[in-house]
Write a protein that binds this ligand. Sequence first.
Ligand code: GAL
Length: 684
Amino acid sequence: MSQSASAMDYITSRLSSGNGPALAFGGDYNPEQWPEETWDEDVRLMREAGVNLVSVGIFSWSLLEPSEGTYEFGWLDRILDLLHSNGIKVDLANATASPPPWFSHKYPESLPVTADGVRHSYGSRQAFAASSQEYRRAAAALTVRIVKRYKNHPAVIMWHIHNEYGCHNQPDYSEGAAAGFRIWLQARYGTLEKLNSAWGTAFWSQRYSSWEEIIPPRTSGTWTNPTQQLDFARYSSDELLECYKAEAAIIREHSDHPVTTNFMGFTMGLHQPVDYWRWARYMDVVSNDHYLIADDPRNFQELAMTADLTRSWAQGSPWLLMEHSTSAVNWQPRNIPKAPGELVRNALQHVARGADGALYFQWRASKAGAEKFHSGMLPHAGTDTKIWREVVQLGHTLQKISEIAGSTVTGATNTVDVAILHDTDARWASELDSHPSIDISNIQETRRWHDAFYRAGVTTDFRQSTDNLSGYKLVIAPVQYLLSDTGIANIHEYVHSGGHLVVTYFSGIVDENDHIRLGPYPGAFSELLGVKMEEFFPLPARETIQLSDFGNGSLWNELGCPTTAEVLAKVLSGPTAGSPAVTRNKVGKGRSYYLATSLEQHGMTKLLSVLCDDASVDPITANLPAGVEVVRRQREDTTWTFFLNHGEEPTRLPATGHELLTGTELNGRLDLEPGAVAVVRSTT
Ligand code: GAL
């Protein structure tokens, strides 16, 4: 089955209890952590809450194969039968995420190695190196057993391969990785000459004279070669993808149920271990895990941004929220629980942005182990609790809005009009060392733009620079530091044929080998933007510069001048005074804008209104009160508009149609209490 709306449709129709497709509701279920006497209570409560899908077996390799080649499936048979007899469907894992101690003990070479040469021990989870042939052999053997045994089990409707690839064990700098890296490089470059040229090894006497000399970018005296680092990130992602593909191929040989593995969104604050754009092509259903950063005051916007990215990986098709939390997690510095109402609101935000279901980690909060303080759907304190009541409320709410299953996300018109470019290579390369300023972040600038559109009530997709952009009225390139020739040609074509493009500082600076694109900055776009910038002036920490419009600039500015561009704001203070900060240029049928600094919120809002005017982009609802989110899904001539009030004030918004949660008809206005959500159906 190839990735398409139909794979998610297959899931929601198999979850149906007779009244059309059902949205998925449930979570990771780890019955092996509990005595079997607990299971009857589990399924009884699952039914009470409306749970219809659980992921089983993700971390159960050591129980399923207690010693090499010996399998024990009895407990899994029993729980799958119990779930089936209670009408609960299963997303069955092939259990390869964490090899058992006997495996790591017997095959120590399978363990990953850090950049400093320290071999990981087993004793936590995901203790394997992607390049390990022993791991791959053992994972394949387990996968064959599981798929053959359960392919016809009536509870199973979906396959969950592994778990969060790259979490905890990536990158791996072992000898196995070194050998794999060499093979990958030979396929990419063919000859050593080409590799030496791509890596710029004339610098610092780094020329390689044989393939054997090439190693992963392990800890060295100072910065290792940046292109080597970048290629190693690409290789590491591909090596793990091979693991996924091998396991998926085994499953697909025996079963037609959709296959997925759960992604990790933006992996905020961490190096992204894999290139999800590449990976998404191999998913039948794109699924994602998202956890709120509790002390981020706008964490609901970060949630929205991640949901938009996930939908974009799924090319706009419905996707599945595989994990999130009902309340506190266990891995942040301070694990702040969710406020009353937040559980429901968070889940519905994902659904509003294209998820056809909301699953949690995990069903029953653990009693033992490293995650015993992580919230679950069923808390330690039982059912007379805030969490349980809200879980039940959410289950019923998802039933009330199940008619949205299969619909897609749209903007004010029946398309999404704005795309933010987000190339994995650009992110990886922008996070390399020895750059002009440690304050420059692809993710943070991306977030500033997403947040500005979010506040304006304009839905955004994410796209790669090489994707077809012609359907978008406005495209933003935030800190797209690295761009390939193909991406640049595609972006030029987009503008010439009538698109509106915004390029921010530190975009189009290097080619795919991380070599500077020579000439005036930004090398890829100087002519398209109609500016000639000559020197970067990153700002000292916390300093800002005054601009003639759009407030102050922060983080960065540049010395330079316009060529053909109209200057919308220039720098008023400091060594770059007089240089352009915000420009607009007419190109072919389109326009290009350059932002040579980072704007604060007020300036972004103002710039956004100029851009939206120029590009004729409308919000779903104009003049949104702070903290209010409006998102829309659509199928044919029916739309469902989600209104979410994350703020502390009651608000009144224009809305007409049938409100699904209360069953009321709205004639022009909706009153939304703080924390409340409404879903309004209307027909055009
Ligand atoms: C995810 C993981 C789950 C659980 C969860 C806790 O990264 O897939 O197994 O550990 O985090 O937040």
